[in-house]
Design a protein around this ligand. Structure first.
Ligand code: 173
Length: 321
């Protein structure tokens, strides 16, 4: 009687052991603050993986910039300090200048995954980042210039603007002086009058309270914001097919969800107006020039930083006009 019970207990313990031995836990970090617009894609991804991957693969979400400075995230991923990263190309141009070219895509990821553009970038991710881009979870989400001083045309001479590499070439081409900061420093920079404005997408202005310190948004928007979920190559190679399938499925779902940005963009535009952020609109002809200059200066910057890969990327990413 006793013997049978003992065997039963041993059997349970052994089973539990094999189950946990198979389950892998990956560490994930975000370059954006937890529970804000640009961490949402990763947070949904983590929920999905942890639900579907019970006993198979789990993600331990360490957090955002409180855990690691945003511009360090690319390096941490490359070196395997973390396994999964949620970040944008502009934040790791020191390692891979080409990553910032995602902002210039004028075709959906579904098309780039077929036309060779994704594959071209995938080779660079392997070489330069020791990583795989699992999903682009932000797209169809334009950037804007936000200001506290009125302008009557696209001349930014005399203005000091907060930037990341996303906006550098464009804002400088329009005459601005620029200063790079992480998102977490924008509020203080505005509050102290260190900057007259900043670049940021149409969504997320309210996340860190910048609406309180923002008078104007300049239209039109330009480019397409990119935030992606990356995985370290060595961490990926250690996974079995079942574990990879859980991650791939969650990645596919996440990339498909970028379609939600159309509604989000419209909602946030209204919310900004309701919060008293006035719109500065240029005449149609001037707006057209402004928009064209964004792409012209953006591509010129990419090609200057990567003379080898910039031109082929432009072929894959840009829409012929
Ligand atoms: O302005 C930024 O910090 C930036 O480059 C960015 C990129 C993608 C999404 C949000 C912000």
């Amino acid at each position: 009687m006793f013997g049978k019970a003992l065997i039963f207990v041993i059997a349970i313990v052994t089973c539990a052991k094999t189950a946990t031995a198979e389950e892998v836990t990956l560490r994930a970090i975000s370059a954006f603050a937890e529970q804000t617009t640009y961490s949402r894609g990763l947070e949904r991804f983590v929920e999905r993986v942890n639900e579907a991957g019970k006993g198979i693969v789990q993600i331990n979400y360490i957090g955002g910039p409180k855990a690691m400075p945003p511009f360090e995230v690319g390096n941490a991923l490359k070196n395997g300090v973390v396994d999964i990263a949620n970040t944008t190309g502009a934040f790791y141009t020191n390692l891979m200048p080409e990553a910032d070219a995602w902002k210039l895509t004028q075709r959906p990821m579904a098309e780039l995954r077929k036309n060779g553009g994704y594959d071209y970038m995938a080779r660079l991710y392997l070489e330069k980042m020791n990583a795989i881009l699992l999903a682009r979870v932000v797209d169809d989400n334009p950037f804007h210039l936000y200001l506290n001083k009125r302008i009557s045309g696209p001349d930014l001479t005399g203005l000091k603007l907060r930037i990341t590499p996303v906006y550098r070439d464009f804002f400088q081409a329009l005459g601005a002086t620029v200063v790079q900061t992480a998102p977490g420093e924008v509020y203080t920079a505005l509050d102290r009058g260190v900057v007259d404005g900043y670049g940021w997408p149409i969504t997320g202005v309210f996340d860190l309270g910048w609406n309180e310190k923002t008078k104007y948004r300049v239209d039109p928007g330009f480019y397409s914001a990119e935030v992606s979920i990356l995985i370290n190559k060595a961490a990926w190679d250690k996974l079995n097919d079942q574990q990879k399938a859980v991650l791939n499925k969650a990645a596919e779902q996440g990339e498909a969800e970028v379609s939600e940005f159309a509604t989000e963009n419209a909602k946030e535009t209204e919310r900004q107006a309701a919060a008293g952020i006035a719109t500065i609109k240029f005449d149609p002809a001037v707006a057209k020039q402004y928009y064209a200059k964004a792409y012209e200066s953006g591509w010129a910057g990419e090609i200057r930083q990567s003379p080898e890969h910039g031109p082929p990327l432009r072929e894959f990413f840009a829409k012929p006009n």
